[in-house]
Design a protein around this ligand. Structure first.
Ligand code: ADP
Ligand code: MG
Length: 458
């Protein structure tokens, strides 16, 4: 049997085990490149397919191969793109990069970042990839000054602005820069929800003293989205003491919120005046040119070239939220990775419709359940069951997340749909996926893939 015949036989069997959409997406243009001492090298179109096949189908392929050829011991995937017909979407690379690419396959536009356990900072957020314009100039300058002179420039630094406009990015970039300049400094970054729940837990377990001590040891304390302090009196009080301690020791405190201190309801007066005692800088909304500049920077970062018309379409449709501009871009990248060609303006418009016009677009419970079970090769029955197997739990959490995000269903309703699960389980699932999406770009890609299948026919 030639390698070709062997692979055709494998594919014939794979087809029985995976959904049609998955077969078309992941197995198209695969082949056996070589077979040596039982090691089979399989070529795939791009690094995203490589990852997906490796994670999800390696075992299946290995099993089938073994049943056809007893010698088979291991399989490996290699990115060996077929010479693309039509326009190549990937940017021209320099010679050195080209060689590297041939060896390692094209770089994934999505990179995986790991959060630093000690600081909780995400290294993806830097000043280098932060675009500055009139809308965020002041906040940026203040953050830079603080990163160069922590504790001395402005204390506290309080940054406020709307959702998706770069507060978290700026806070984390400041933290990352401080570490870069002085690696010995102790930094702690905490979203306020996490900060608040650790206080509540400490009070419950009677070790608030210890918790406070751990906060007092830091040189830089960064708390994100402190509007959630509103109404949490006991926690505000504990925070007040931590704040004062650090402040008096000239340790830097950096805070963010979606509104200025005076607009946070039931924020204790003494905390408010502490916040107002430092530097308050707001982030506004970027204008058209700046949005375009941001999008261009993101394209460069992800090494993708978009039709200028497509770029203009994106930034004229998405006005108030940089995260959504990124979401639009990511969706186009997924299209490109899977189809090996850049979307033209028409396709782009179709792909982005649901993002841009909001969740009014047609999808429903059935479609979500179908699409999710399809992508992960599960039966709908499994997905809706209460089975706890690992390969089902994650897709189920994703389905719950989507029902909430796309259909705005209530948590109890979603719980009932999944065999009568408690609403707290649904909330847990939603939070888990939402949190993971912030650091795991592969999951982001998977969700985009699902959304594409939900909203378009290809
Ligand atoms: P917020 O915390 O204000 O809701 P984020 O900091 O999470 O917003 O920003 C949302 C996304 O937009 C992030 O991925 C971030 O990297 C990106 N972003 C925001 N502002 C900028 C900017 N000025 N330049 C480049 N990317 C930005
Ligand atoms: Mg944020």
């Amino acid at each position: 049997m030639t390698n070709d015949e062997l692979w055709q036989a494998v594919l014939a069997q794979v087809q029985f085990n995976v959904s049609r959409a998955n077969f078309a997406t992941w197995f198209r243009n695969t082949e056996i490149l070589s077979k040596d001492k039982g090691e089979v090298l399989i070529s795939v179109e791009n690094s995203f397919s490589k990852e997906w096949l490796g994670n999800k189908y390696a075992l299946l392929i290995l099993k089938i191969l073994r049943s056809l050829d007893k010698e088979t011991k291991a399989i490996e995937f290699k990115v060996a793109p077929k010479k693309a017909s039509g326009v190549s979407a990937v940017k021209e690379t320099t010679r050195g990069e080209e060689e590297k690419e041939r060896e390692e396959g094209p770089q994934l536009p999505f990179q995986e970042f790991t959060l630093d356990i000690k600081t909780n900072l995400n290294p993806r957020y830097t000043f280098d990839n932060f675009v500055v314009g009139g809308f965020n100039e002041l906040a940026h300058a203040a953050a830079q000054a603080v990163s160069e002179n922590p504790g001395l420039a402005y204390n506290p630094l309080f940054i406020y602005g709307g959702v998706g406009l770069g507060k978290t990015h700026l806070l984390q970039a400041t933290g990352n820069r401080i570490i870069e300049l002085s690696p010995k400094k102790k930094i702690k970054y905490a979203p306020s929800e996490r900060f608040l729940s650790s206080i509540v837990e400490a009070i419950r377990n009677h070790n608030i003293g210890e918790l406070k001590k751990s906060f007092r040891e830091v040189d830089i304390l960064i708390i994100d989205d402190i509007q959630f302090f509103a109404g949490k009196e006991k926690s505000q009080e504990e925070f007040f003491h931590i704040f004062n301690f650090l402040y008096q020791a000239q340790k830097q405190i950096i805070l963010s919120s979606d509104r200025p201190p005076k607009a946070i309801p039931s924020l204790e007066q003494r905390l408010r005046s502490r916040f107002e005692g430092g530097m308050i800088a707001d982030i506004g909304v970027p204008d058209f040119e700046t949005r375009l500049a941001i999008l261009k920077a993101k394209c460069e970062e992800k090494n993708i070239e978009l039709d200028p018309k497509v770029m203009e379409y994106i930034v004229s449709a998405v006005k108030n939220n940089i995260r959504e501009i990124e979401g639009a871009l990511n969706r186009l990248i997924v299209f490109q990775k899977i189809n090996n060609k850049a979307p033209n303006p028409e396709v782009a418009k179709k792909l982005l419709e649901s993002l841009i016009t909001g969740p009014k677009r047609m999808t429903n419970f059935r479609k979500i359940v179908q699409t999710v079970s399809n992508l992960y090769d599960l039966t709908e029955k499994d997905l809706l069951s209460t089975a706890r197997r690992k390969e089902i739990v994650k897709p189920r959490q994703i389905a719950m997340y989507l029902l909430r995000e796309e259909l705005k269903e209530s948590y109890p309703t979603i719980g009932r749909r999944f065999g009568g699960k408690d609403h707290t389980t649904v909330i847990y699932a939603w939070e888990k996926i939402a949190r993971e999406l912030k650091s795991n770009d592969n999951l982001l890609t998977e969700l985009d893939l699902i959304r594409q299948r939900l909203y378009s026919e290809f």
